[in-house]
Design a protein around this ligand. Structure first.
Ligand code: CU
Length: 176
């Protein structure tokens, strides 16, 4: 299963970069597309060659935000977090979730080596067995904080309100 799983994030990263307007070199590719998906590993290297830093980009895409001072604000909305990838130092980290959306969101932090977009979904939610804490459900327009004590490793943060993870509410945190 592992060899199969590695292919998917590569394609997703390529797609995410294209959506983010990373260069204009992709504009003509759709004209020859005949619907056979998943054949574009070359596109990732094109972006790397164009000077975009793809080496440290997790599956969720974007350049990791380096958290300084042990505190970070993550914006939540329908249906995403911003930023979607972060790095932080081990120890205490206060995450303020600022719900700039209209519906309720939460932020559950999971210590896992799985990719942010690779968690198993059951009934619209992911398992919280690996949870190290959470910013609990917060209404639209409100903010709430939680202070975590984090060991080095990789973490994924999700909104685990049914359906929200699948709709894109996930991100990656690397603790050093
Ligand atoms: Cu949500």
């Amino acid at each position: 299963m592992r060899t199969h799983r590695t292919l998917v994030p590569a394609v997703l990263v390529a797609g995410a970069l294209a959506v983010a307007g990373c260069g204009s070199d992709d504009s003509s590719t759709t004209s020859t597309s005949s619907g056979s998906a998943g054949t574009t590993p070359a596109r990732t290297t094109d972006h790397a060659a164009a000077g975009h830093d793809t080496t440290a980009v997790p599956a969720s895409g974007g350049t990791p935000t380096a958290v300084k001072g042990g505190k970070v604000t993550i914006d939540a909305s329908e249906f995403k977090f911003a930023p979607t990838s972060m790095t932080a130092k081990a120890g205490k980290l206060t995450i303020e979730m600022n719900n700039i959306g209209k519906v309720e969101h939460e932020l559950v932090l999971l210590k896992t080596t799985q990719k942010a977009d690779g968690l198993k979904v059951t009934g619209g939610r992911v398992s919280e067995d690996d949870s190290v804490g959470e910013v609990s459900e917060t209404a639209g327009g409100k903010a709430k904080s939680h202070t975590f004590t984090l060991k080095p490793g990789t973490y994924v943060y999700v909104c685990n309100i049914p359906g929200h993870y699948m709709d894109g509410m996930r991100g990656t945190l690397v603790v050093q």
